[in-house]
Ligand binder design. Structure first.
Ligand code: PFF
Length: 446
């Protein structure tokens, strides 16, 4: 069994690491889920709750993951084993399982973004103008052959990047795709908010309505926060394990959390003003992205280009996240089982693609568990169950079990004192575990 720490791959630069970690965080979750959840949960009131959760609990758990990962220089399971042993590696195990589960359905939806880039320039606008965007989407997702074909293409690209390695693959491509994503987002925002009637969309998105802020919306904010920041499953442990000892971890956690939250918040400005400017009812979830938006683009001058750009944006967002999900699994098999990167990437990527097939088929409506689509079950089970549970244990580990080690690692052995240390420790000790557990128990009952 290799212990993986000799000759371990490393990020080439601080910027490269930040782009990769922000790339993991900024994903489908930011662009199609956050704006919609916000719109229906009380607008600005929800944004406040979300920010409060993310900038206390989220940022602290992210720092905890960086600290664990860099200290051990190992994957999620190996890191807990090396630092403490006992039952702790189980937390890493849950993370690897969550990686398999999330990537299996994530690859399916990400495949749709490729299909829709192509459709944008080959007839989608005409169909949407004739009021057929909904039918076209329905026909597409219920055709397993097409859905699986695009999923396979997307997964092949993901696998190829991970197979190229940390520096030559993940870092290199995130450094291209993340700035591109940001530029595209800005173009779409400018287009959207300058349409006549855009302000009605801003009203839907942000008008504070505290009556809509229920316990369930707080649960939604927490689940969304964990999923969006890629927390609770060892992804940031894995990415942290490729960092050198000089990097300053607290500021990295602040930057990544800030970038992720900003993109999520801004995505709403690209979407809702345009939707309302054309008097279209916003749909939910996938419907909003794949039906409502093509309808909107079809009504815009140059809509074909904006539609293509939007799906390209989603594709970049999805790809920089999917590589991180696969890397969690690859790093585990590489470090702990001594597999080569080539074997781990292609074999695990292949298994995950196969695991995604039931999700792909479930959209035809025939594969349900307790009345829910298989894809929804995987999504729900991972984001509302495995990730928060992982978050509780990661916080407790840093706050109680390995406190001195964590403090030393977070300050680079005291060389970079960190003024929020006391706050961080108490969030990890009490605030995060209690808040997550409380919201979690309540949430499961609602
Ligand atoms: N953060 C990604 C998103 O918002 O779409 C999803 C994700 C990636 C979750 C990586 C977990 C993870 F480890």
């Amino acid at each position: 069994m290799g212990n993986g720490t000799e000759n371990r791959e490393q990020w080439g630069s601080r910027l490269g690491f930040i782009m990769a970690a922000a790339g993991s965080a900024v994903g489908l979750g930011n662009i199609w889920r956050f704006p919609y959840i916000t719109g229906v949960n009380g607008g600005a009131a929800f944004v406040l709750v979300y920010f409060a959760i993310v900038f206390t609990i989220g940022i602290s758990v992210m720092l905890a993951e960086f600290v664990i990962g860099r200290n051990a220089g190992l994957n999620a399971v190996g890191a807990f084993q090396k630092i403490k042993g006992g039952a702790w590696p189980v937390v890493g195990w849950m993370g690897v399982i969550a990686g398999f589960m999330i990537l299996s359905f994530y690859g399916v939806i990400a495949g749709w973004t490729i299909a829709y880039m192509i459709k944008s320039v080959s007839g989608l606008m005409t169909l949407a103008a004739a009021g057929k965007a909904g039918d076209a989407f329905g026909a597409f997702v219920t055709n397993p052959v097409q859905v699986i074909a695009y999923q396979v293409v997307f997964m092949a690209i993901t696998i190829w990047i991970v197979y190229k390695g940390v520096g030559e693959g993940i870092e290199k491509y995130c450094k291209i795709m993340m700035p591109a994503l940001f530029v595209i987002l800005l173009i779409l925002i400018v287009r959207s908010v300058t349409l006549p009637g855009a302000s009605k969309g801003l009203e839907f998105y942000l008008r504070p309505d505290f009556s809509k802020l229920t316990g369930a919306s707080i649960f939604a904010a927490l689940g969304q926060g964990f999923f969006s920041l890629s927390l609770g499953m060892g992804c940031m442990i894995t990415y942290g394990s490729y960092l050198n000892k000089k990097e300053i971890l607290p500021s990295a956690a602040v930057t990544v959390t800030f970038l992720d939250t900003m993109v999520a918040f801004l995505a709403g400005f690209a979407i809702f003003p345009a939707v309302f400017a054309f008097g279209i009812e916003p749909g939910a979830g996938p419907g909003l992205t794949f039906v409502t938006l093509p309808n909107v683009f079809a009504k815009m001058p140059g809509g074909m280009i904006f539609s293509f750009l939007f799906f390209l944006l989603l594709f970049f967002a999805a790809l920089t996240s999917s590589v991180s999900l696969l890397e969690v699994c690859v790093a585990y098999f590489k470090d702990q089982m001594g597999w080569s990167r080539t074997k781990a990437s292609w074999l695990l990527g292949g298994v995950i693609t196969a695991l995604g097939v039931p999700s792909a088929i479930s959209l035809g409506g025939n594969l349900k568990i307790a009345g829910k689509d298989f894809l929804d079950v995987m999504d729900w089970g991972s984001s509302n169950f495995l990730l928060p549970l992982g978050g509780i244990f990661i916080s407790l580990f840093v706050g109680w079990v390995w406190l001195d080690g964590a403090k030393a690692e977070a300050t680079n052995e005291g060389k970079h004192p960190f003024s929020w240390m006391t706050a961080w420790i108490w969030i990890c000790r009490v605030v995060a575990p209690v808040a997550i557990a409380w919201i979690f128990v309540k949430g499961l009952k609602w």
